[in-house]
Design a protein. Sequence first.
Length: 123
Amino acid sequence: MSLRFSGAHIWVRVEGDTAELGLSEYLQDQMGDITSLDLSDLGDVLRVRRRMGHVESDEASSPIEAPVSGEVIEVNGEALENPDLVNSDPYGSGWLLKVRLEDRAELEELIGEEEYAELTLGV
């Protein structure tokens, strides 16, 4: 499955019953250089549209809203130690969390890459 996006600018990449989550390129670009991340812990259960973490940059500070519900099965420790990965590679090594999906129907609430590009880039 290709990337899908929440209204809060969080991307989701699904493989099987696992969803990988991260900040969109648009969001990290708007925030500027990311200086710190605070993320949910391994084993935490995320709820859609509820806080899954916090991101800070030189220019802004913002909660991160979960785009889907599920149990956190992996936290990107490398991104926690080097938050600039979110700026340099938001859709690759800058991912934040992996969760075991609880309700695949929530994916239908997200928008696809083309629609997201139109919303954020005016394409």
